[in-house]
Design a protein around this ligand. Structure first.
Ligand SMILES: NCc1[nH]cc(CCC(=O)O)c1CC(=O)O
Length: 316
């Protein structure tokens, strides 16, 4: 079956500069595929954008970045929503699906600073900004001499705080900086061996209402298969361990030309004192299986105990 594109499609997006860049990117791809179709972007503010004074994991987690966009789709004010996959909850609300995963940008974390070239060069007690529990745990484990402080807000807000001297350095996803034309802000790219990325980092996803088979078909050409397989495996690891952003968890998969997947994952305590790492190679066509295998390997290395320790810290 071949559906013909509608005369108009509306993309729901958050209004941050990165979100808008991503929505424009999808709009350009769709315009090239379907030149007769007029494509609009509906920008909106989400709770996640508004609440800047509290750590997200404490006020409701990732869903706060996507809810308003989903309501727009339910009310048929929008047809699709473009997200940074990293911000999409592991379990979507009933009635929504991810229709396509776009080819991943650089998945690495970036060290950003005006005065220092790398984490190694920071002096004792230097303040590093990040609100990601994963980055916090990884830095605390390797650099106990550094002080980590929370850093929220969109990319421009975070860079502004760095420039005003509130931090000696901050850690950001390389993908966002590259997309916004700010690659010169990256002082050092941190390799996965040092800072294993978050599930989905660097990838964009398109969400639609589950019944919209027409859109599934129209969006299929935007799906990048190797990315889709990698992120499905990564997200499975997170799902097994509760799917929230309240635990330091990393999962990063690559797929080689032969279709073999290499998935690495980590869970730890926020203070970085306890960590479990595991890696598995498997068939990229069965990403959820590879994800479960890594989760099993993490469990065998004491992941459950680590998670229990995290929960105890959270409660305290
Ligand atoms: N949590 C916020 C967020 N969601 C996606 C990105 C960057 C782009 C991406 O990973 O696709 C960022 C900023 C960051 O982590 O520095």
């Amino acid at each position: 079956m071949k559906v013909s594109p509608p005369s108009k499609l509306v993309i729901a997006s958050r209004e941050s500069r990165l979100a808008m860049w991503q929505a424009e990117y999808v709009k350009a791809k769709l315009s090239a595929l379907y030149p007769q179709c007029s494509i609009e972007i509906l920008g909106m503010t989400t709770k996640g954008d508004q609440i800047l004074d509290r750590t997200l994991s404490k006020v409701g987690g990732k869903g706060l970045f996507v809810k308003e966009l989903e309501v727009a789709m339910e009310e048929r004010r929008a047809d699709l929503a473009v997200h940074s996959l990293k911000d999409v909850p592991m379990e979507l609300p009933e009635g929504f699906v991810l229709a396509a995963f776009l080819e991943r940008e650089d998945p690495r974390d970036a060290f950003v600073s005006n005065d220092f070239a790398s984490l190694d060069e920071l002096p004792d007690g230097a303040v590093v900004g990040t609100s990601s529990l994963r980055r916090q745990a990884l830095i605390a484990a390797r650099y106990p001499r550094l002080e980590i402080r929370p850093l929220r807000g969109n990319l421009d807000t975070r860079l502004g705080k760095l420039d005003r001297g509130e931090y000696a350095a901050i850690i950001l996803a390389a993908a966002g900086l590259k997309r916004l034309g700010l690659p010169q802000r990256i002082r050092t790219l941190i390799e996965p061996e040092q800072s294993l990325p978050a599930p989905g980092q660097g990838a964009m996803a398109i969400e639609v209402l589950a019944g919209r088979d027409d859109l599934m078909e129209l969006l299929a050409p935007l799906n990048h298969e190797a990315t889709a397989h990698a992120v499905r495996a990564e997200r499975m690891v997170s799902r097994v361990f509760g799917g929230s952003c309240q635990i330091p968890l990393a999962a990063f998969a690559t797929v080689d030309a032969q279709g073999e997947m290499h998935l690495r994952a980590m869970v730890g305590t926020p203070d970085g004192r306890r960590m479990a790492n595991a890696e598995v190679r498997g068939n990229s066509a069965l990403p959820e299986n590879v994800g479960r295998q890594v989760a099993d390997a993490l469990a065998a290395k004491g992941a459950e105990e680590i998670l229990a320790a995290c929960r105890a810290m959270d409660a305290g």
